[in-house]
Design a protein around this ligand. Structure first.
Ligand code: AHR
Length: 312
């Protein structure tokens, strides 16, 4: 569980004296904000001097920040890459400077020898878990699904789409009728859902919304209510992240399911770096975090209480 994952930090190694740069994407979602605070917390518990750079959703800012970290001669770099492509040059520069890079929560289309390890979920699996839940819940009824995609070109948007499509393939009663990016934000999720509803007989033809993250789902819930419909009943809501607000929505019957993504990517990243610095141990190339499904059957109020304060 999340609480256990965070409490393992009690046994964390002392890394005082190490300077680590962290290039964060921005703060588009509640999950992202939690990852930022958990990363700072995990650094502090180990005595790491963390240099934090917020890229405001722009890859060019991330590349600039990484070049700055290299120039400063940091001991390691953590990066949550906003999109998949365009990293080869800057990763080569870090490698030439012998600075290990750890990818957090998203992947890159670059040779694997350019980074030490990647700490992330299996995002195709997250999509599958969400899709399998919907297939089971819908049964044999026809179901038109609208999809709110994450940031264009990001690995979670690409992979969560793929996994969900795999899960519904072969179930001809389920089909995706509209799909557009909501950029992982609440406001875009609401705006795009409003457009989906307008385009489909005021939502009457929509059976479910699949959002690539909870924040877009929360925005969509608002749009569904504004249209005079009942989220969770008239339109089912399934998403990914497991932020406190989605548990509130599940407890209220306004959302149906979420797939948890831990915001603690930094803990395993620092553990891998600690071993690497101690005796050169190369970590696994992909450190995969769990993708657990939660529904109204899983004590959503309790899950909310357990998360509140854990960096969210
Ligand atoms: O890369 C992880 C995704 O990025 C999270 O699911 C989403 O909330 C965030 O913006």
């Amino acid at each position: 569980s999340l609480a256990t994952a965070l409490s393992t930090a009690a046994f964390a190694q002392d890394l005082s004296g190490k300077v680590v740069g962290f290039s964060q994407i921005g703060s588009e979602s509640g999950w992202r904000a939690a990852e930022t605070s958990v990363t700072k917390q995990q650094a502090e518990e180990r005595g790491v001097d963390l240099k934090f750079a917020d890229a405001q959703q722009k890859q060019e800012n991330q590349i600039k920040a990484i070049r700055g970290f290299i120039a400063q001669g940091v001991d390691a770099i953590l990066v949550a890459p906003v999109v998949a492509t365009g990293w080869d040059d800057v990763l080569k520069e870090a490698k030439d400077a012998e600075i290990p890079v750890v990818l957090l929560d998203r992947g890159v289309d670059a040779p694997e020898d350019l980074y030490l390890t990647s700490v992330a979920s299996d995002q195709v699996e997250e999509g599958r878990v969400a899709g399998n839940w919907l297939v089971g819940d819908v049964g044999t009824e026809p179901c038109n699904i609208v999809e709110l995609q994450g940031t264009v070109g990001s690995t979670p948007a690409i992979n969560r789409k793929k996994g969900f499509e795999e899960a519904i393939a072969g179930h001809d009663n389920l089909k995706i009728t509209q799909s557009q990016t909501g950029d992982f934000t609440r406001s875009k999720g609401k705006e795009v859902m409003e457009a989906f509803i307008k385009a489909t007989n005021n939502g009457a033809d929509i059976c479910a919304v699949y959002a690539h993250n909870d924040d877009m789902a929360v925005g969509a819930i608002q749009a569904i209510k504004d249209a005079g419909l009942k989220p969770g009943t008239d339109i089912k809501v399934v998403s990914i992240d497991g932020v406190p607000d989605i548990f509130t929505a599940i407890a209220a019957g306004e959302a149906n399911a979420t797939v948890e993504l831990t915001p603690n990517m930094a803990g395993p990243a620092f553990d891998a770096l600690a071993k690497f610095w101690a005796d050169g141990t190369e970590p696994e190339k992909f450190i995969i975090t769990e993708s657990k499904l939660y529904t109204s059957a899983d004590d959503p109020q309790g899950e909310y209480d357990r998360r509140k304060g854990l960096g969210y």
